[in-house]
Write a protein that binds this ligand. Structure first.
Ligand code: NBP
Length: 471
């Protein structure tokens, strides 16, 4: 039988769909799964694509069935499973082969795995894949970290299987070693912030204005035709308009308000903290998911505190609904500015040179945060690489007006006692960022007072101490 062009290990949700995508694009793919029954089941269900798939029961069999030099995608559970698979696979591979980890790896693991490879071991590539099940099947966004030589060898298949935005592939090499997995982590962090801000606006409409899920769904549906147009707004409208078959109630109304998290949002917040780059929108979103999981305590606290005398919002005018739309957009701009800034910080620290415009371009389709908005961000970064998005002229103009709406939403929500942590984090970041003279002079004075840490004087070189002994 003709050998395969590429191998794939891990026939779970993502692996099965990616393998079918590869086969559908005309590439022959050899597949292996730890549980052999799943491999056989996958092959049996592959229909017309069976002749492009070689089902393998052992790793040795897999290696033999791929044309050398072999590219092999790992799509297994992130963490130890990846190390185990690499160790099990290595004896059957040659120096020229490439192992591609396409799971949601922590980029530190990717850097370590690359460093652990010996001179005669295969090459290793860390590849972030976004778009969930549907993206894997019909075109994900693909964020690659590796050498240009490795990428050149796998580029044809990645370009073929990736999502396309107006004909342009959403796959790119974003830097060496862990850069691809790092960008995927930040993508997920931004996704957390985006989802949280949408949920906050839903909360203002539901609890502030007393609107039904159906009415809110219609508002989101309308917004999806405007500047907020994006996959997340589109699916939010759809979930709000869906009906629970069992009760006939709106589906969202019967879902427990406790959000899960697998860890990539938290990693994004941790990396931002480690780099010293503010990513308060992402941090607020991660914390909000944690608060959401405190179901029992929240019920107790509601009993203990009541509404504290706050009143529902009185302004249910179209102007306020419009402010919610514009405020959400402004919040998004600030959160994305933070996410991209974290990538600038990581590039500086690690010498990665992550291309921001390219990153925005490959997020325009295939991934969960896909939107037209990313096309505008890509255009903004052309020629302004490394600049904070809030300083790119096109976005300065947008924030001048958008921040007014964001301020209105955050202040009205606060007065009504409605939590808007990510939106207010975005507003506070914006207000702090645009303040040439902040308040950290007091912090420096405090630090010098109790710890003799010294401070800089305005307009003078050198370190100084204050007259605190007099105080
Ligand atoms: P699934 O849970 O559907 O599948 C996991 C796969 O990993 C199965 O093939 C399983 O084999 C294999 N596996 C496990 Br678990 N432990 C293993 C081990 N020790 N050695 C070898 N194989 C092992 O996961 P998935 O949703 O397809 O996710 C795969 C990767 O893609 C993860 O890193 C995930 O974070 C990432 N990702 C997922 C999504 C998504 O939307 N689901 C999106 C983007 C990225 P078995 O059949 O023998 O148990």
């Amino acid at each position: 039988m003709q050998q395969a062009d590429i191998g794939l290990i891990g026939l779970g949700v993502m692996g099965t769909n990616l393998a079918l995508n590869i086969a559908e694009n005309g590439y022959r793919v050899a597949v292996f799964n730890r549980t052999v029954a799943k491999t056989n089941e996958f092959y049996a269900d592959a229909g017309d694509l069976q002749d492009k798939i070689i089902a393998c029961e052992t790793l040795e069999d897999l290696a033999k069935n791929i044309r050398a030099p072999r590219p092999i995608i790992l799509m297994v559970k992130a963490g130890e499973a990846v190390d185990e698979q690499i160790a099990a696979l290595k004896p059957f591979l040659a120096k020229e082969d490439i192992i591609i980890d396409a799971g949601n790896a922590n980029f530190h693991d990717t850097v370590r795995r690359l460093a652990e490879l010996g001179a005669n071991d295969p090459t290793f590539v860390g590849m972030g894949v976004s778009g969930g099940e549907e993206g894997a099947r019909h075109g994900p966004s693909i964020m690659v970290g590796g050498t240009p030589e490795s990428y050149a060898r796998i580029e044809p298949v990645l370009t073929a299987i990736s999502a396309k935005y107006e004909g342009e592939s959403c796959s790119a090499l974003l830097g060496p070693d862990g850069a691809g997995h790092f960008v995927k982590t930040i993508h997920n962090g931004i996704e957390y912030a985006d989802m949280q801000m949408i949920a906050e606006v839903y909360g203002v409409l539901r609890d502030g204005l007393g609107l039904t899920s159906e009415a809110i769904g219609k508002i989101f549906d309308k917004w999806n035709a405007g500047p907020l147009n994006s996959y997340l707004i589109e699916i939010t409208a759809k979930v709000l308009l869906a009906t629970d078959k069992k009760t006939g109630k709106p589906a969202v109304d019967i879902i427990l308000d406790s959000a899960g998290q697998k860890g990539t949002g938290r990693w994004a917040a941790i990396e931002a903290q480690m780099l010293g780059i503010p990513a308060t929108g992402i941090e607020a979103a991660v914390a909000a998911r944690s608060i959401s999981s405190m179901v029992k305590q929240r019920a107790e606290a509601e009993k203990a505190y009541g509404d504290l005398g706050t009143a529902k919002l009185s302004d249910n005018s179209q102007a306020f609904i419009d402010a919610l739309e514009q405020g959400l957009l402004a919040g998004k701009i600030a959160a994305y500015a933070q996410g991209f800034d974290v990538m600038v910080g990581a590039s500086k620290e690690r010498g990665w040179d992550i291309p921001l415009a390219t990153t925005a371009r490959i997020w325009r389709a295939g991934c969960i945060i896909r939107s037209q908005f990313l096309d505008q961000i890509a255009a903004a970064f052309e020629g302004s690489e490394g600049t904070n998005l809030l300083l790119v002229p096109a976005f300065v103009e947008r924030m001048k007006s958008g921040s007014k709406s964001l301020r209105k939403v955050v202040s009205e929500a606060s007065l009504a006692g409605l939590p808007v942590p990510a939106l207010s984090a975005a507003l506070n970041y914006f207000d702090g960022f645009r303040q040439a003279r902040g308040t950290a002079n007091v912090i420096q004075a405090q630090r010098d007072f109790f710890g003799a840490h010294g401070f800089k004087r305005l307009g003078e070189e050198g370190d100084f101490h204050g007259p605190w002994s007099d105080a």
